[in-house]
Write a protein that binds this ligand. Sequence first.
Ligand SMILES: [Zn+2]
Length: 309
Amino acid sequence: MGRPDFPRSLKEFQARFRDEAACRAYLAACRWPEGYRCGRCGHTQAFELARRALWQCKSCGYQTSVTAGTVLHRARMPLTLWFWAAYLVTTHTPGLSALQLQRQLGIDSYETAWAMLHKLRRAIVRPDREVLKEKVEVDEAYIGGPEAGLKGGRQLVDKVVVVGAVEVRGKASGRVRLRVVPDASAPSLTSFVVDNIAPGAVVLTDGWRGYAPLRSMGYRHRPKTQGRDPTRAGKILPRVHRVFGNLQTWLRGTHHGVGNQHLQVYLDEFTFRFNRRRTPMAAFQTLLGLATLHGPTTYDMLYRSELTR
Ligand SMILES: [Zn+2]
């Protein structure tokens, strides 16, 4: 399946999606990757009814909308603006606020910018459903809460326990999952594992007894019992610790004062970006709802494109 390349710069993006016609052509290419084909009679030629984003079969007159099933369906803002918004959300690593979007795109009303961002974000909130496989690092961390401002200050007030899992792919990391849990107890940690990791997988953790039941739950549990010293923990579970480090930096840099009640939403956004970091075009299409036009982005598609890099 030939997914188009993702623009590597603003300039490239602008050149490719320079006007409404270019955006519509892209939507048509997403809907008919092998070229137009009438859904009723199979004819391969159509008129484009541009203003309504419809294609009409030259043989039988059947009309197909190129925006149906996407975020863009019946949208009032120009397609170029939507494409820009999705591009910014995809590539702006720290995440984007409605105010930033409004300024960047010169949108008159804040409410419009907010509504666009909200629609795009809906694709992020939908969790990836395919479980992690083969070999996975799992650990938990204390995240969030007010910044004390000084290193070494006691910041345990209002911290939230986040449990994370990262696939081991040789020396590299595969996909990630993150969840806010009420505590670091065995029920909290093991139910996260059951929901997110395929049975029979190798699960690497530290020696915390909260993970002990995993062995009897069908996992090949490999606890590393070097104790709970955080400086050692980075060595025994390097991937998940790197993810927690990146997550902390991202939350601090962008979302100062993220309320703990919203933390899961930010974890989902972080996860979305992380899992698509090598496939930005897939992220862009997912945000616009285009990915579903030809089936969801599957694990194998993401994995394959990682392997070919
Ligand atoms: Zn037809």
